[in-house]
Design a protein around this ligand. Sequence first.
Ligand code: ADP
Ligand code: MG
Length: 569
Amino acid sequence: MATGTINVSVENIFPLIKKFLYSDHEIFLRELISNATDATLKLKHLANIGEAKVELDNPMIEVKIDKENKTLHIIDQGLGMTQDEVEKYINQVAFSGAEEFLEKYKDSAKDSGIIGHFGLGFYSAFMVADKVEIKTKSYKDESAAHWICEGTTEFTLTEGEKETRGTEIILHINEDEKEFLEEHKIRELLTKYNKFMPVPIKFGTKTETLPKPEGAKEEDPAPTQEVDNIINNPNPAWTKKPADLEDEDYKSFYRELYPMQFEEPLFNIHLNVDYPFNLTGILYFPKLGHDMAMQKDRIQLYQNQVFVTDNVEGIVPEFLTMLRGVIDSPDIPLNVSRSYLQADGAVKKISNYITKKVADKLKSLFNNNREDFEQKWDDIKMVIEYGMLTEDKFFEKADHFALYPTVNDTYQTFGELTDKIKDAQTDKDGKMVILYASNKDEQHPYIQAAKKKGYEVLLLDSPIVSHLLQKLETSKENIQFVRVDSDHIDNLIKKDEEQISKLSDDEKKAVQESFEKVVPTEKYTIQLEAMDSDAAPLIITQPEFMRRMKEMQATGGGGMFGMGNMPEI
Ligand code: ADP
Ligand code: MG
């Protein structure tokens, strides 16, 4: 038997652990299961390279609650520890055995998936336990070890009785933390943090229905059996090669990630890079209902298949936080502030990579099946338009596939649009005039009138696109956007001279005057037969400068292209 003092540089680490991590108590389970996973993966690795002569029969991790004794058990069949190793790895707080292992086997073990230094590590157990025991037996076949510590710097380490290889961690749960003895709480944590960890995790058993034996009668109940309840999927889709996955595999993984989501995703983007940083993942474009379009926190971040957070702000560009899916990267620094993350070079590269992959995917969808792309446009435009507004790199790429609904064709890209109108819609200075309406009602007289004259009109219906026009106007040369109901139109575009009035001059004057009595002429201009008389015999326009002024006031100086209503006739 050995007794001794745990080797810590701080006087007493336990009160610190309890105080500082108070809000995040639940992560203890993630830490202990990460260690159990590492112990299993290390053993597998040692067996692979012939350093451990052991039979590995699909080792798993078990989590067990013992209500009577108020203990929680995490049991693995990994490499275990000798007494010396407990002394070294456990008693020296802040010494990471995982780091040491990776250092020692750095050539062969770099893809072993070992998790290691994650957060606080083993000692986070004391956030919820008054007393922690380790019963462990090394694969090296030395005698077992039994370590006990009651949350002070004192511990005991004796020879143990464990007969099977591996480690059992026993947490004597503190009275204040007894929720961690509840089955539903533990199940909730396991599904949150460990749903995709690489070693099977057993939590209780479940009843499985077996097929009826041949010749069984209709009314005979199907036979059942108790089987291990494995809570995780150790081989989630994102860890596989894209070539090995079918469309259906991506869809079923989406359902696995979001069991409460009934809509199918529109398409997915498989991320897979190992240089200059390591990143895998699958992003999905969901169908964005209008009200939930801005909802965030739907991409989950993992490190080596351990859940870290569902807040990826600072890691993916903001416009992509509307997507769903998984990103797994050991290269994203954790436990640092979000502003630090944004400044971090590696994170910046990751963010750029993701943006590029998303843009490339959209481009290939557009090129390969334009019709399908147009059909999805309403569901994806929010993300694309927002991305174009906020990320210049994305703007450059998306400019080729972003669609603008128009009155004559369903959708046109910006290039197609300008090609089409460059002759007919140019003002006397040679500047292209792009008409738009913030009204999707195609029957509107202004829109109809412009259409009859052969003009193309953009029909804008998203709250973002108006800001995007402003960006287009400033980033492209020689174009201007003019609202279809603005009095600019007829000054700018060569007027159709062939209109023949059916009214006499006196009649026109009478109509004009009677309208001027009821319409505030300081705000609006009344034009008789300015447009095709089938569409509207008379129109009331608002001077462009006044409209812009009004909108600037309304938006506090921001966007000139607000969605103000057109004056009705
Ligand atoms: P880290 O995981 O970063 O190495 P921890 O504090 O979580 O740090 O664990 C310290 C060390 O204790 C591990 O590196 C490992 O050597 C040892 N250890 C912890 N849990 C186990 C376990 N279940 N089986 C074998 N060794 C373990
Ligand atoms: Mg650890």
